[in-house]
Design a binder for this molecule. Structure first.
Ligand code: MG
Length: 377
C-alpha cells in the first residue's frame, strides 16, 4: 500500500554501523522497537510537557505527548500511503533529548553551557534527541547508541542551526546534517511528524490548560479554531457542558486538522507528483495545512503562549525549575566528584548530557542532595 514517494525500508540509506537484516521485521519496525526499549524512552514518563510531573497525574507528560504524536502521525500516514512504521519510530523518538522541566530546563541548560564556554554551541533539544539515539544509549556490545536508520535519524533532527549542521557534516558528510546546509526537505514521514507534533500539543495543551484551571472556556471563545468547534458541538448537543464539552470541541478540532492536512498535502502531492523520496527531499515542503488552517493554528499557538505558557503560575514554577538546572550544572562543574557517574575527565558536554537525561523528580532530589534546599514540595 506504500506510495512511490514513501520511504521504503528495503531501500533505506542504512545504519551508521552496518547490521544484517532482521528475519521478520522491517528496518523501521526495528528502529521503533529499539526506541521503545531504550532507557531514554522510559524516562519520558517522568518528564514535563507543560505542567511539572508532580503537579497532577492527569496532565500530559513527554511520554503521553509522544504517543499522541505517533497516533496522529500514523493515522495520517496510512491514508496518504506513507510508511507508518517510520512515522511511529520518529514520533516516539522526537522528544528523547528533552531536559527535565520542559522548555524552561532547556533554556537554563543552554545558558549554562554558553556562559561556561561560548564555543560549546549551547544546548538544543533536537540535536540532543539525535545524540541520545546516536551516542548516549548504552545497549549494544559493538557500538554506542541505538544505530537507527538514516530515515529515522533524519526525522529526529527536525531543526538544526547552520553551525551545528556544519559540525555534523564534518563527522558524516552525507549524514542527516547535510539538508540544513543544502536547504532541502526531509522525507514526507519526517515532515508529517513535525506537523503531527504541532497538532498534538495545540490540542492537549488546551485540554490540560482548561482542566488545570489556568485558562477557561470563556477565554477560548476568542480563538477561532476552538470557538468554531465548540459552537458546532453545542448546536448538535444543546446543554453539553464541562469536560464533555471541552473534549467534544477538541475532538472535532483534531479531526478537522487531520482532514485539512490530508486535503492540503494530497493536493501538493498531486501537483509535484514525486516518484521517489529523493524527489520529495528536493521539492518544497509538501506536508502542510491549508493557508486558512495554518493561520488559525498560529492564532491558537499565540493564545496558548500568552495565556498558558506565560501564565504567572507556570512562570513561577519554571523559574524554580531553571534554578535547579543552574545549581546542578554549577555543582557538577565545580566539583565533578559530586557526580554520580564521575569519570577521569569531565567535559562540559558530559555534564549537559547527564542533566538532560534526568527526569524531573530525579533532578529535584539531586538538587536537594547537593544544595540542602527543597524548591518543590
Ligand atoms: Mg514534541
Amino acid at each position: 500500500m506504500l506510495q512511490p514517494f514513501a520511504c521504503d525500508p528495503a531501500a533505506s540509506r542504512g545504519r551508521r554501523h552496518p547490521e544484517p537484516a532482521a528475519p521478520t521485521r522491517s528496518e523501521y519496525q526495528r528502529d521503533r522497537d529499539r526506541i521503545v526499549h531504550s532507557t531514554a524512552f522510559r524516562r519520558l514518563v517522568y518528564k514535563t510537557q507543560v505542567f511539572l510531573n508532580h503537579e497532577g497525574d492527569l496532565f500530559r507528560t513527554r511520554l503521553t505527548h509522544s504517543l499522541e504524536v505517533a497516533q496522529l502521525g500514523r493515522s495520517i500516514a496510512r491514508t496518504l500511503g506513507l510508511n507508518e512504521d517510520l512515522v511511529e519510530a520518529i514520533a516516539l523518538a522526537h522528544d528523547l533529548g528533552h531536559t527535565p522541566f520542559g522548555h524552561a530546563g532547556q533554556d537554563a541548560l543552554n545558558e549554562c553551557l554558553r556562559s561556561a564556554d561560548p564555543l560549546s554551541g549551547g544546548f538544543e533539544h533536537n540535536l540532543q534527541s539525535l545524540r541520545v539515539v546516536d551516542f548516549l544509549e548504552e545497549r549494544y556490545p559493538a557500538f554506542d547508541g541505538l544505530n537507527l536508520t538514516f530515515e529515522t535519524r533524519e526525522g529526529v533532527l527536525k531543526h538544526c542551526s547552520q553551525r551545528h549542521a556544519e559540525r555534523l557534516v564534518m563527522a558524516e558528510p552525507q549524514g542527516v546534517g547535510r539538508r540544513f546546509l543544502d536547504r532541502t526537505q526531509p522525507s514526507l514521514e519526517a515532515q508529517l511528524c513535525n506537523l503531527a507534533d504541532e497538532i498534538a500539543y495545540n490540542a492537549h495543551d488546551v485540554d490540560d490548560g482548561v482542566r488545570s484551571g489556568l485558562i477557561s472556556l470563556e477565554q477560548l471563545q476568542d480563538v477561532a479554531l476552538f470557538a468554531r468547534f465548540q459552537q458546532q458541538a453545542l448546536a448538535q448537543h444543546p446543554g453539553l457542558a464541562g469536560r464533555r464539552l471541552l473534549f467534544e470541541s477538541i475532538r472535532r478540532m483534531l479531526s478537522a486538522q487531520v482532514y485539512d492536512v490530508l486535503d492540503a498535502t494530497g493536493a501538493a502531492l498531486r501537483e509535484v507528483q514525486p516518484g521517489h523520496v529523493d524527489e520529495v527531499r528536493a521539492a518544497p515542503a509538501l506536508v502542510c495545512f491549508s493557508p486558512e488552517m495554518a493561520r488559525e493554528s498560529v492564532e491558537l499557538k499565540r493564545f496558548l503562549r500568552a495565556n498558558l505558557y506565560r501564565h504567572r503560575q507556570v512562570v513561577n514554577t519554571t523559574d524554580r525549575a531553571k534554578e535547579i538546572i543552574r545549581d546542578l550544572f554549577l555543582a557538577y562543574q565545580s566539583n565533578p566528584g559530586e557526580w554520580a557517574l564521575a569519570r577521569k575527565q569531565v567535559r562540559l558536554r558530559d555534564i549537559a548530557d547527564y542533566i538532560a537525561g534526568m527526569t524531573d523528580r530525579f533532578a529535584m532530589r539531586e538538587h536537594e542532595r547537593l544544595t540542602g534546599r527543597r524548591l518543590f514540595d
